[in-house]
Design a protein around this ligand. Structure first.
Ligand code: BDR
Ligand code: CA
Length: 360
């Protein structure tokens, strides 16, 4: 690991602050203090101590920006894995994004493939480098020597029932941590996962969402691990109001340093969505927004989730049984193991998000 003097200083500050991430900015980029009347104000909400687990493509990077600049979130560390891009690219993209935010947090390397299967070939909707292929990625820092799985376990062990995980990619790292030490993982306060189709349709297949489809076995193991979990599914991004159009993209491009960076990183993602006649979906930042601006999260439903792991066309589908619903087939439903987000304040999310990227 290349340790610069600045990094050592940051580590000292980290110890003094008692938190993982250090903002070397002068505070001007703070997300939580959004100023416009329409943006969320949540400075009185409790801080979340989080590990962010990410397969850093462009929308993960946007999620990292929100978390890194938020007063409500202490990033204890970032664990990366394969998914949108290969493991090494995911690490570089995460490191670069932190640098653009002037925030330092340790980045740990995790899984480079799913638990049981070889990595699937998928169309990268984020570009070959995961960040729009705009030659944006030249991080000065490198990842830590330690392993992501040990970092997750050690962090939870040292602060039981306090640490939350925001998972923005396949759940392979988290499943490996569960396999290694299930008791410690039960002391994880909550997992916030961008994953599943919710109650809608898939993007990897008609029934499966990308993060689950990459490693359905991992998703299954984590759902059974007895850890409180909130799921933000794809359906939440489903309506047009939630998506980002050309005008919004150009506002980001004329915005601040983060806005310029992300607007370039979104190049391929935007083009991919436009090809099918849609505006751009950003599911990962929306998941983080629920913690950054709690007023964004309007409703969750308690569900029992079952992951399809058979090697057929159902692979990666997650069946959600709603608590209180009556099913005529009378299926054997296990304990309600999930809170599934069913409603968010779209306008609040979008206004707040745009404000972060355009406020100078
Ligand atoms: C998920 O897949 C990836 O493309 C995004 O980063 C997000 O985590 C949406 O299905
Ligand atoms: Ca992702």
């Amino acid at each position: 690991m290349k340790k610069t003097i600045a990094f050592a200083m940051a580590a000292i500050m980290l110890l003094l602050c008692g938190c993982g991430a250090v903002n070397s900015d002068n505070g001007s980029g703070d997300v939580t203090e959004a100023t416009s009347d329409t943006t969320a104000k949540s400075s009185n909400t409790p801080r979340h101590k989080v590990i962010i687990d990410t397969d850093t493509g462009s929308d993960d990077a946007a999620a990292l920006v929100l978390a890194a600049l938020s007063k409500n979130i202490d990033i204890l560390g970032i664990t990366v894995l394969y998914g949108n891009v290969s493991l090494d690219k995911a690490a570089e993209n995460a490191l670069m994004t932190l640098e653009v935010c002037h925030v330092e947090a340790p980045v740990y390397i995790g899984a480079d493939k799913p638990l049981k299967k070889e990595r699937k070939e998928m169309v990268s909707v984020h570009g070959k480098d995961g960040m729009g292929d705009q030659d944006l990625i030249h991080p000065n820092h490198t990842a830590e020597h330690g392993d992501a799985i040990d970092f997750i376990l050690d962090t939870i062990k040292s602060d039981p029932d306090e640490v939350e995980i925001i998972a923005l990619g396949p759940l392979t790292n988290i499943a490996l941590a569960v396999q290694k030490d299930p008791e410690t993982m039960k002391r994880c306060k909550r997992i916030w996962s961008m994953g599943t189709t919710g109650f809608g349709v898939g993007n990897a297949t008609p029934v499966a969402e990308f993060n689950v489809y990459n490693d359905a076995e991992a998703y299954d193991q984590v759902l059974r691990a007895g850890i409180p979990m909130t799921i933000m599914g794809l359906d939440i991004m489903g309506n047009e109001e939630t998506k980002f159009n050309k005008e919004e993209l150009s506002k980001m491009a004329q915005g601040n340093e983060k806005g310029v960076f992300l607007s370039k990183a979104f190049t391929k993602l935007f083009a991919f969505n436009q090809k099918s006649g849609n505006n751009m979906m950003l599911p990962d930042p929306m998941a983080v927004a629920c913690l950054v601006w709690p007023d964004v999260l309007l409703e969750t439903k308690s569900c029992y989730g079952e992951v399809c792991t058979d090697n057929d066309s159902t692979y990666g589908q997650v069946i959600l049984y709603e608590e209180g619903a009556v099913y005529e087939a009378m299926p054997q439903i296990g304990s309600y193991n999930l809170d599934v987000v069913t409603k968010i304040d779209t306008k609040l999310f979008k206004d707040s998000f745009m404000s972060v990227l355009t406020k100078k």
